[in-house]
Design a protein around this ligand. Structure first.
Ligand code: ADP
Ligand code: ZN
Length: 733
């Protein structure tokens, strides 16, 4: 320990403590009795409260020494490593976030200051009960199967399928032993050689590159690219295995919680035991255990959502960012950070390896490979007999279909064929709910959200209208709120729920299933539904982009994209890239097992270059063309950008500040950066707050953050005004 933390403070020494309170300065305290190390987690008095903090370094001594208070106590958790302190500092500089907010992100586990709590655990005892019952035998068999391992009462009862009183009875007889054990247990050891698959030549080549990279003990980033089903997961699990062998910790980031349970099962099959999990679906107790064990080096592998990157790893050797192009890696509120980019930063500070896995990498990563900053491993074919689906467009301009119908006769015939063959079809539409707009046929009024500039989306399943901006819902009104006409409100346009209705009408004998994240009460219900679909308990699946994210549907042989033009609209600079990725991901769902697949795109603009690139399958050409356009425009990844959103309940106030900021742009001009705006944000009002947007563009090498800080620092935010600065914005709302 002492070598890790050379800076040790004796009792009474002045130390600077960073707290998670929004003060944004390191405060002086006196080291407690027994002293403390740099990096120690401590409890300090702040006004009348006791708060959590980290010993950041020597105190500044710029405070009346008589008034400096003492650290209350050092917490019983591993101190923050030097690497982590550097990472938080650099990430704060990059995202222009106060350090206190970074520390909050790094301590998001409850009860870190609590004394280690104990609980009762049970294991096989030494005596045989004189009277054996069926229930008792089940308990003893289960415990015998697990050798010397111990479990909680609930776990034993569940595994044996008996009531807990049976277990208690055995404890009395001495057949089961009851012990006290710390609640936060280390995770079971993973075995890197437990269940490896035999890799194909292609896969083995990739695995070898990644294993060597891990063994190098140096920083490096590799883009692992391969079509869906090519075995990327199998290959990167080999890198994880190597990381376990060299005794360092590994982290796998996944974009979607709904995917974790399928993935955990795979990890267990590969390494014999379950890894630690970190995401919003994990209980508070388990979160604290994960945080503490990661800090003590007693969790070898963590599988989690983006915030797992801020866990206090002792020795992080490898991070996998699966589906690295996924937009959910960008946190869009609170601290605005991109977990993919922050992963690269953390790894570079810690001599760790990064693997970015995707079938459709982001242009950012593609450009970094081109520039020689990242290595690249490509898997060229699908595993086994599976081949990529054949892709074609359906030209909607020549299809004959009635209004309020969205499945063309051509697509309908293709689905019919699958039904006859006993195969599955997917109708893909990236829009939740029943209909995106509800309009009054008498006066033309569109029902909008009271607090946002957005139309309310009808969710017929929940019998309510919902705002997809703020989540507000209201019942579907009986009369038009504007003209009070009765029975005139009509849905316009399709959502997945409406598509399901159409599918049921077109294919009355088929089993139709809807897959949309909002239709399930819990992650478990969703997972069960996905599994039943995968087993073949649906003939036609109607789904949103949820289905694009890595689930396996072996019987699926047809993907029909209802509206391929949907993503091409809008002013987002990544619109083409997103559409390209999403369409290819969805198409990749078809024909994963033995039956070859087919993907069709319904479009009104079959000659659009993006549609052409998707159909042609010439990815490199698409990326080269897209890169060319962005380079010419000087936008990311060939230029730098920041979005500034000002908001307030007072519309005049936001515009005044926006105008003042645009005028006083000297700090930006100094680095050659340009300001655009102020303009109303694309969604000009959210939750009752008016929003104004400015965009800043700069050269790739310009010191953008410093200039932004100097610029924004000129303005005082009074009252209701809020300012959010988003470096490398991903969404433009
Ligand atoms: P990706 O991550 O590229 O989508 P996966 O790693 O999930 O691909 O592989 C797709 C399917 O093929 C999985 O069910 C996986 O277990 C199987 N698979 C891939 N490679 C092998 C292999 N070498 N041996 C056995 N099964 C494999
Ligand atoms: Zn709203």
């Amino acid at each position: 320990m002492n070598d890790d933390f050379p800076d040790y403070f004796h009792e009474g020494d002045l130390v600077g403590v960073l707290t998670a309170q929004p003060l944004d300065r390191v405060l002086d305290y006196k080291a407690p009795e027994g002293g403390c190390h740099q990096g120690a987690f401590v409890e300090v008095p702040l006004g009348p409260r006791k708060v959590l903090g980290v010993v950041w370094g020597k105190g500044k001594g710029d405070w009346d020494i008589a008034k400096v208070r003492s650290v209350i106590r050092v917490l019983d958790v591993a101190p923050m490593a030097e690497e982590m302190r550097q990472f938080l500092t650099r990430a704060a500089d990059y995202t222009l976030t106060p350090m206190s907010a970074m520390l909050r992100l790094a301590t998001r586990a409850p009860g870190l200051g609590d004394a280690p709590s104990m609980r009762k655990v049970y294991r096989l005892g030494s005596v045989e009960p004189d009277r054996m019952t069926d229930a008792r035998r089940k308990v003893l068999d289960v415990l015998r199967d697990y050798g010397g391992l111990s479990f909680t009462l609930k776990e034993v009862a569940e595994m044996a399928g008996v009531t807990s009183s049976v277990v208690k009875g055995l404890v009395k007889l001495g057949a089961v032993s009851e012990e006290e054990s710390p609640r936060d247990l280390p995770y079971p050891r993973l075995d890197p050689d437990y269940g490896g698959k035999e890799l194909t030549e292609d896969q083995e080549g990739g695995a070898k590159v990644l294993r060597e990279a891990v063994r190098s003990g140096a920083y490096g980033t590799t883009l692992l690219k391969g079509v869906t089903g090519s075995g990327k997961t199998e290959v990167y699990l080999e890198a994880v295995a190597e990381c376990l062998r060299v005794g360092r910790q590994a982290l796998v980031l996944l974009p979607e919680i709904a995917l974790t349970s399928e993935f955990i099962t795979r990890v267990e099959a590969r390494f014999g035991m379950k890894p630690a999990e970190w995401h919003s679906g994990v209980t508070m107790t388990e979160r604290r255990r994960c945080w503490k064990m990661v800090g003590q080096g007693e969790a070898q592998l963590v599988v989690g959502a983006r915030s797992a990157l801020f866990l206090p790893f002792r020795d992080l050797g490898l991070v996998i960012v699966d589906e690295e192009h996924d937009t959910s890696y960008k946190q869009e509120d609170g601290v605005l950070y991109n977990a993919r980019d922050m992963t690269v930063l953390r790894a570079s500070l810690n001599s760790a390896q990064v693997v970015l896995a995707s079938a459709t990498p982001s242009l950012e990563s593609w450009a970094n490979v081109e520039a020689g900053k990242y290595a690249r491993v490509t898997l060229t074919s699908r595993y086994g007999a599976a081949v990529l689906p054949e892709m074609s467009a359906i030209d909607m301009r020549v299809e004959d279909l009635p209004a309020s119908r969205w499945v063309s006769p051509t697509l309908q015939a293709k689905v019919q064929l699958r039904l006859e063959r006993g195969e599955q079809s997917l109708l893909f539409l990236n829009r939740r709910g029943y209909a995106p707009v509800t309009i009054c046929r008498a006066c033309g009024h569109q029902i909008g959200c009271d607090d946002c500039d957005a139309t309310m989306v009808e969710h017929r399943f929940q019998k309510r209208l919902m705002c997809h901006q703020c989540g507000e819902t209201k019942p579907i009104p009986a009369v038009c709120p504007s003209c009070e006409a009765e029975d005139k409100l009509a849905p316009v346009g399709p959502g997945v729920e409406r598509m399901a209705e159409e599918a049921k009408a077109l294919f009355p004998d088929a089993k139709v299933a809807v897959l949309s994240s909002d239709l399930y009460g819990s992650a478990r219900a969703l997972k069960e539904h996905i599994e039943s679909i995968a087993r073949g308990e649906a003939d036609v699946i109607v789904g949103t982009q949820l289905v694009a994210k890595g689930h396996n549907f072996p019987k699926l042989t047809l993907v029909g994209v209802i509206d391929a033009d949907l993503g091409l609209q809008g002013s987002d600079l990544r619109a083409a890239e997103r559409t390209f990725q999403l369409m290819r991901q969805v198409a990749g769902r078809a024909g994963r097992a033995e039956a070859p697949g087919e993907a069709v795109l319904q479009t009104f603009q079959p000659e659009h270059p993006v549609i052409g690139a998707i159909l042609g399958g010439d990815e490199e050409a698409f990326w080269a063309a897209e890169a060319g356009e962005r380079r010419a425009a000087g936008v990311p990844p060939y230029g730098r950008m920041a979005g500034i959103v000002l908001s307030s309940t007072d519309v005049q106030e936001v515009f005044d500040l926006g105008t003042a900021m645009a005028r006083n742009d000297a700090p930006l001009r100094k680095i050659g950066a340009q300001v655009f705006g102020p303009a109303p944000a694309p969604i000009a009002r959210i939750r009752g707050r008016h929003r104004v947007r400015l965009l800043v563009k700069a050269d790739k090498t310009a010191p953008l953050q410093q200039a932004l800080a100097a610029w924004a620092g000129q303005f005082k935010l009074r009252g209701e005004l809020r300012m959010a600065i988003d470096i490398d914005p991903q969404s433009f709302y």
